[in-house]
Ligand binder design. Structure first.
Ligand code: PRX
Length: 684
């Protein structure tokens, strides 16, 4: 059913224009890099000389082989990893066409390996045991810690041994609800070591969201901490877990153990509420376990993790990634996209609660034996220079972040590669990220990808290849897969075009199913355009083959890099006793990229008030999390609907962004008058 609903609610992409080229003239980049006569951004020769991919020709060779001979290309790369036993032939099998049967993507099937072994033991065996794996930077200035690869392995093994001891076995789910302490990557790796399936829930989610995920995946144990400080605020995570576990039990899922890390900088043990018999202090128990632990060898296609993400309907989707393909894909994309070298210090500002933290804080970098900065705090605490202080403190050379975090303007000498993710970079942001932060030296890797794709699919290659400067902004080239743009009917478009972004054939990092709902997987991603994986994004391709992402075409919005389904916010709003109907759309937001704009119809007779606005917003915070709180509540005596009752979101988007002269044809509405009522209430 949701397949029909989501395709029904697809937005037309033809109207979504890329930034007009006229805004991009007269770009002045660093002297060395821009020849102003021909307005070209040319690669920094020093960078090219040392890069893994030193020239556009080399990139094209690699790309061509990945498309023409994916089996050969990926198996050559995979052979550099540790496999207990090699995979069967064929290297992969896929069917991306629902009309031909079940969608069943597999890579390296029959290959026996372990991703934790490849992250830790293999790097230690290669002589990197004393290399720093994690530089941890706490919320408070001066709070920091480090772990070498040897030390990290010991911590991972202690936790792995404990989990085995309480009965966690291969294939069992473990829910991790932790902030960015070192214990978060430790917990992920410990699960992977014993073949357990981790499901990290971002520690900004509410108890209701957490409980919903617990009931869906039924973990044996929840790993959390008592509290965390984020900026000046203390958040009592354990209280949230207590409520979630009580709710889960009411819904039939009883979790026996809640392993709680005592984060005493935020809250003392004594002040932590405790459920005897269920709750265990992490530090007390783990020190009793040995610091070595045998690896559970798993099939390449055994599940590695579940990560819930928002879709077009209210229920979050449990995106499932498996072991072998994900391992090979994240490690490889990390290495090439960021030109990673063993001497680099790498910092990705994402939280491990999202896919970026899975693939590019934990697995991708650690598979490469990288030194990773893990930051617990908020980027603007104690002040907005914090990120740059961290870059200086650890001599960060690769800095990967979201455009919404491009906040303060300093250059940092240690940087050599910049990365961006989550939303299109607008040309002026690109220019200053490049010129100012990167001191006109550092290439920017703008990475387009999704929870579902496991790793990067298309990448900004500006200043890797010579380019006219009007390509600044989010213009991306294929990485190692074949993205295609299709029209409404699913016909592939050639050359300059705009349409829906799809992928034509399988890549190792692709997700394999939605937990417990393979049918939803097939209808959501493979039915709209049979034969293709459909991303949900609109895209324009220019005459030079560059992709310009134009945003989601379904009812998903991206707020500061957090993916939120409008349906989730709507169902939270209508659960409020005084709300009878709600429609949520995304609007452009200066800081967050997109903001959440909610049209709310109240139960008859209930008067509008600011208190009610606050209480509606509180309801969303409570049910989903603070990051999903609407930025604006717009009172709506009625919503614009078609005669068949479908809400016309196109019109709501125009009202929300105050493009009132672009409302288009409203004559097909069941009650055209509601539009004027909405406009009249716009600023009340
Ligand atoms: O709309 C695209 C946007 O983020 C969506 C994926 O969200 P999520 O699964 O939460 O993963 C976010 C981090 C990978 C996409 O459908 N998006 C992601 N990267 C970019 C982007 N939009 C434009 N440019 C990007 N680089």
């Amino acid at each position: 059913t949701n397949g029909a609903a989501s395709s029904h609610r697809l937005r037309h992409v033809s109207s979504l224009a890329a930034p007009p080229p006229s805004r991009l003239n007269a770009v002045v980049l660093g002297d060395a890099l821009v020849s102003e006569e021909n307005d070209l951004v040319i690669p920094n020769p020093d960078f090219s000389a040392q890069a893994h991919v030193p020239s556009p020709a080399k990139y094209l060779d690699m790309y061509k082989r990945s498309i023409e001979d994916p089996a050969g290309f990926w198996s050559d790369i995979a052979s550099h990893f540790y496999w207990k036993q090699k995979w069967d032939s064929p290297v992969y099998s896929e069917n991306m066409d629902v009309s031909k049967g079940r969608i069943n993507i597999e890579w390296f099937k029959g290959g026996i390996t372990n991703i934790c072994y490849n992250c830790l033991d293999a790097n230690i065996a290669a002589g990197n045991g004393e290399k720093i794996a994690i530089y941890w930077e706490g919320n408070e200035l001066g709070a920091d810690a480090t772990l070498t690869y040897n030390q990290l392995l010991h911590k991972v093994c202690q936790l792995a041994n404990y989990l085995k001891d309480i009965g966690v076995k291969k294939g069992d789910a473990v829910v991790i609800y932790l902030p960015m302490l070192m214990e978060l990557p430790i917990a992920m790796l410990a699960c992977a070591r014993i073949g357990a399936v981790h499901s990290v829930v971002f520690a900004g989610f509410s108890s209701e969201s957490l409980s919903q995920r617990i009931v869906d995946c039924k973990p044996k144990v929840v790993l959390t901490c008592n509290a965390v400080k984020r900026g000046p605020k203390v958040i009592h995570l354990k209280d949230i877990v207590d409520v979630a576990l009580a709710d889960s039990a009411k819904n039939g899922t009883v979790v026996d153990v809640c392993l709680t890390y005592a984060n005493e900088s935020a809250l003392t043990k004594e002040s932590t509420k405790w459920v005897e018999g269920r709750d265990i202090w992490w530090q007390d128990i783990l020190s009793k376990y040995p610091n070595s632990c045998d690896v559970e060898w798993v099939d390449a296609e055994d599940p590695l993790f579940l990560l819930y993400t928002s879709g077009s309907t209210g229920k979050p989707k449990g995106v499932l990634h498996t072991t072998g393909g994900y391992m090979v894909y994240t490690a490889t994309t990390f290495k090439y996209a960021f030109d990673y070298k063993p001497s680099d210090i790498y910092w990705c500002t994402a939280d491990c609660g999202w896919i970026t933290g899975h693939s590019y804080v934990t697995y991708g970098p650690m598979l490469n034996g990288a030194t990773v900065v893990v930051f617990e705090g908020a980027p603007n605490y104690p002040d907005s220079g914090r990120c740059w202080d961290i870059v200086d403190k650890y001599k960060v050379s690769i800095f990967y972040t979201a455009p919404t975090l491009f906040v303060t303007r300093y250059s940092r000498k240690s940087l050599r590669v910049l990365g961006s993710v989550g939303e299109p970079i607008n040309p002026s942001a690109w220019r200053w990220f490049f010129n100012v932060v990167g001191d006109s030296r550092c290439p920017i890797s703008d990475t387009w990808w999704q929870t579902e794709t496991g790793g990067f699919l298309v990448l900004g290659l500006r200043n890797r290849v010579p380019l006219p400067s009007h390509f600044l902004g989010s213009s991306l080239k294929n990485l190692l897969v074949q993205p295609v743009i299709v029209d409404e009917k699913g016909a592939e478009l050639e050359g300059e075009c705009s349409g829906y972004l799809c992928v034509k054939s399988s890549w190792p990092g692709a997700f394999r199913t939605l937990h417990g709902d393979h049918e939803r997987y097939e209808t959501t991603y493979f039915s709209a355009f049979p034969g293709y994986y459909f991303s949900g994004d609109g895209c324009r391709r220019d005459k030079d083959g560059y992709h310009w992402l134009t945003g989601r075409v379904d009812d998903v919005i991206n707020v500061s890099g957090h993916r939120i389904g409008t349906a989730e916010v709507e169902s939270a709003l209508v659960s409020h006793p005084q709300c009878s109907e709600a429609a949520v759309v995304g609007v452009e937001h200066e800081v967050k990229g997109q903001g959440i704009y909610a049209f709310v119809t109240l139960v008859e007779g209930v008067p509008y008030s600011d208190d009610l606005r606050k209480s509606l917003i509180m309801t969303v915070r409570k049910q989903i999390g603070a990051f999903a709180a609407p930025d604006k509540i717009h009172w709506a005596p009625g919503l614009p609907k078609t005669r068949s009752g479908k809400i016309m979101r196109r019109i709501l988007r125009k009202i929300a962004s105050r493009q009132l002269d672009e409302l288009g044809d409203t004559s097909t509405l069941a009650e055209p008058g509601v539009v004027d009522q909405l406009i009249a209430l716009a600023d009340s």
